[in-house]
Design a protein around this ligand. Sequence first.
Ligand SMILES: Nc1ncnc2c1ncn2[C@@H]1O[C@H](COP(=O)(O)OP(=O)(O)O)[C@@H](O)[C@H]1O
Ligand SMILES: [Mg+2]
Length: 252
Amino acid sequence: MDSEELTLVKIGGSVITDKSKPLSLRFNCLNNLSSALARYEGRLVLVHGGGSYAHPIAKKYGLKIEPAKVEPKGVTLTRLGVFTLHNEVVLSLLRAGIPVYSIHPHHILYKECINVLNEALSCNLTPITYGDVIPSKEGCFVISGDMLMRLLAEYLKPRKVVFIIDVDGLYDTDPKSGRLLKEISLTWRTEHNAGVEFDVTGGILGKVREAQKIASLGSDVYFVNGLYPERVLKVLRGEETISTMVSGRVRS
Ligand SMILES: Nc1ncnc2c1ncn2[C@@H]1O[C@H](COP(=O)(O)OP(=O)(O)O)[C@@H](O)[C@H]1O
Ligand SMILES: [Mg+2]
């Protein structure tokens, strides 16, 4: 599979769940998004976040992106939330016409996962993985969907990488009072990090950092609002729409 033809897409937990209520699915948003993704003609590799199915439980039990000794029950409960949401995402994508192949995020830590990704693609399956909790000698840690995006981008070198979030793109300060940025550089930093009290994986700061690393590898990276699925489809098709781009390519 020519990886240039692949597009790597993260479905943000903030779009498909209601962050103000634990374990709450935004059913219509998810289905509309699935339909938009199904209308895209190209090949996709998908990642989704945990939103309100994972972050509140992870936070309660002290899970973070750094390994920590936590109550084991907290790991099981967080993963139960992750799997519950994952099933909803898989069902929604299938109903829309995207048969997916779930790949445990553990595999994505190793470059060999590229084999199963390619084999799934060759069987006309769309690979999908998700933010999760991983055990290690030092304790358990959360692997964010954003970090999985970076690892997958390193292996697959896709032409385009899309982060679907619940706002119109990246803002110079914050989405409420700031200005939407059409493009950011590889070194741009936001001062603002709203949502970090909810998000155990670093909120927008961590996401932007991963996106810039991906762009520096040569992929064109976009942030687009998943509450407007037609914008997502336009970004995928390379048409003009409201979004923020992180450019990694030197253009002539
Ligand atoms: N400067 C900014 N630009 C865009 N979004 C921002 C900014 N600062 C904070 N945010 C918040 O970041 C959130 C997206 O990050 P996050 O919730 O981690 O997404 P995900 O759904 O992928 O986990 C948005 O809901 C937005 O309110
Ligand atoms: Mg997040």
